[in-house]
Design a protein around this ligand. Structure first.
Ligand code: HEC
Ligand code: HEC
Ligand code: HEC
Ligand code: HEC
Ligand code: HEC
Ligand code: HEC
Length: 261
C-alpha cells in the first residue's frame, strides 16, 4: 500500500508533473472561490433589454435536482449562453419557469429575485448568497476543491436527495437502458496511475444524454482525449472544472494504485 502511494513522489515523475502544472498555470488562475464555484452569469439578452444579468447558482440547485433533470429533460445547454432564454419562455413555464412557478418555489413574476434592481441590490444579493453558502457547507461532508463539498458523499449519506424527474417535463424512465460498467484508461505518460471512469457513480447525477453521443463514444477506448484538452474544458473537463470537482484533484481521477515492482 505504501508503495502505491509513493508513486506520486518519484522524482522524475514529480518534475514532469510540476512542469505540466506550470504550463497550465494560466488556466488554473481562473479557478473560482468555493462559494462561487459553479455560478453561471447569464447576461446575453438582459444587458440590452434593460434588466440586469442573472446569476444562476449550481450549488443552490444541485442539492435538490439531478444534472440530468435540468440538462436533458428541461434542455438547459451545458455551454454557457447556448440555451438562449427569453422572458416569454420563463413566463410560459419553460426553462427557469418549470420550477419558478410560485408552487415549487418563487414565481417568475418576482423579477428582482433573479435580476437585481441596481448595483447596490446586486451587491446585497451576492453577500446573502455567500452567507447562505457557508451556512449550507457546514452541514455537508468536506472536500478539498471546487465547492469544497463532497457531493458524492452527501448523496451517498442521504444528506441530499436530488429529484430526477418532474411530471411536467420528464418521461417514464422505467424502460431505460442502464450501464454500470467501469471504463479504465491508461494515460499516455508512463507511471501515472490509471483513470477509472465509473458509469455507476456518474449516472446518479448525469443521465446518458449528458455524455452520449456528444463528448464520448459509446465504445470503450474510442474517444481520443488528452489532459490538455480536458483542462481546456473538453471531455471530462466540461463538468470537472466548472460544476463537478475540478482538475486540481488529480488523484481522484488518476486513482488506480500503481505497483512499483
Ligand atoms: C427565476 C429567475 C428569473 C426571474 C424571476 C425573472 N427572470 Fe428574466 N430572465 C431570466 C434569465 C435566466 C434570463 C436570460 C438572461 C440572459 O441570458 O441574458 C432572463 C431574461 C430576461 C430578459 C431578456 C430577454 C428578453 O426576453 O428580452 C428580460 C427583458 C427579462 N428577463 C425580464 C424579466 C422580468 C420583467 C421579470 C419579472 C416579471 C423577470 N425577467 C423574472 C431569469 C429570470
Ligand atoms: C436547476 C437546473 C440545473 C441543474 C440541477 C444543473 N444545472 Fe448545469 N446549468 C444549468 C443552467 C441554467 C446553465 C446555464 C445554461 C446557459 O447559460 O445557457 C448550466 C450550465 C452548466 C454547465 C456550463 C457551465 C460553465 O461555466 O461552463 C455545465 C458544465 C453544467 N451546467 C453541468 C451540470 C452538472 C454536472 C450538474 C449536476 C451536478 C448540473 N449542471 C446541474 C442548470 C442546471
Ligand atoms: C428544477 C427546478 C428549478 C429550475 C429549472 C430552476 N430553479 Fe431556481 N430554484 C429552485 C428551487 C427549488 C430553489 C430554492 C428556493 C429556496 O431555497 O427556498 C431555487 C432558487 C433559486 C434562486 C435563489 C437562490 C440563489 O441561487 O440565489 C435563484 C436566484 C434561482 N433559483 C434562479 C434560477 C434561474 C435563473 C433558473 C433558470 C436559469 C432557475 N433558477 C431554474 C428550482 C429551480
Ligand atoms: C459522465 C459521462 C457519462 C455518462 C453520464 C454516461 N457515460 Fe457511457 N461512457 C462514458 C465514457 C467516458 C465512456 C468510455 C468512452 C471511451 O472509452 O471512448 C463510455 C462508454 C460507454 C459504452 C461503451 C462500453 C463498451 O462496452 O464499449 C456504453 C455502451 C455506454 N457508455 C453507455 C452508457 C449508458 C447506457 C449511459 C446511461 C445509463 C451512459 N453510458 C452514461 C461516459 C459517460
Ligand atoms: C456531464 C458532466 C460530467 C462529465 C462529462 C464527467 N463527469 Fe465525473 N463527475 C460528475 C459529477 C457531477 C460528479 C459528482 C462529484 C462532484 O460533483 O464533484 C462526478 C464524479 C466523478 C468522480 C468521483 C468518484 C468518487 O468516487 O469520488 C470521478 C473519479 C470522475 N467523476 C471522473 C470523471 C472522468 C475520468 C471523466 C471523463 C472520462 C468524467 N468524470 C466526466 C460529472 C461529470
Ligand atoms: C476529471 C478527471 C481527471 C483529473 C481530475 C485529472 N486527470 Fe489527467 N487524465 C484524465 C484522462 C481521462 C486522461 C486521458 C487518458 C487517455 O489517454 O485516454 C488523462 C491524462 C493525463 C496525462 C497523460 C498525458 C495526456 O496529456 O493525456 C497526464 C500527464 C495527466 N493526465 C496528468 C494529470 C495531473 C497532473 C492532474 C492534476 C493536476 C490530472 N491529470 C487530473 C483525467 C483526469
Amino acid at each position: 500500500m505504501k508503495r502505491c502511494l509513493s508513486m506520486f513522489f518519484r522524482p522524475g515523475l514529480t518534475i514532469l508533473m510540476a512542469l505540466f502544472l506550470f504550463i497550465q498555470a494560466d488556466d488554473a488562475a481562473a479557478v473560482a472561490k468555493s462559494h462561487q464555484y459553479g455560478d453561471v452569469e447569464m447576461g446575453q439578452f438582459s444587458k440590452d433589454n434593460m434588466v440586469r444579468p442573472v446569476t444562476f447558482r449550481h450549488w443552490t440547485h444541485r442539492d435538490k435536482y439531478t444534472c440530468r433533470l435540468c440538462h436533458v429533460d428541461i434542455e438547459f445547454s451545458q455551454i454557457p449562453g447556448e440555451t438562449g432564454i427569453l422572458e416569454e419562455d420563463n413566463r410560459d413555464g419553460r426553462y427557469c419557469g418549470v420550477c419558478h412557478n410560485g408552487k415549487d418555489t418563487f414565481a417568475v413574476k418576482e423579477c428582482s429575485k433573479c435580476h437585481p434592481k441596481d448595483k447596490i441590490h446586486q451587491k446585497e444579493s451576492i453577500r446573502q448568497a455567500k452567507n447562505a453558502f457557508f451556512k449550507f457547507r457546514k452541514t455537508m461532508p468536506p472536500s478539498m476543491y471546487g465547492n469544497k463539498i463532497d457531493w458524492m458523499k452527501a448523496e451517498a449519506e442521504g444528506k441530499i436527495n436530488p429529484i430526477d424527474s418532474l411530471p411536467s417535463v420528464s418521461f417514464d424512465q422505467g424502460t431505460m437502458v442502464i450501464n454500470r460498467r467501469d471504463e479504465p484508461r491508461t494515460p499516455k505518460l508512463p507511471g501515472l496511475p490509471d483513470i477509472i471512469f465509473s458509469h455507476s457513480k456518474h449516472v446518479v447525477w448525469n443521465g446518458c444524454g449528458m455524455c452520449h453521443p456528444e463528448s464520448f463514444a459509446i465504445e470503450t477506448g474510442k474517444t481520443e482525449m488528452t489532459m490538455k484538452e480536458i483542462i481546456g474544458g473538453k471531455f471530462c473537463g466540461r463538468c470537472h472544472g466548472t460544476v463537478a470537482f475540478p482538475i486540481n484533484d488529480c488523484s481522484r481521477c488518476h486513482s488506480k494504485p500503481v505497483s512499483l515492482k
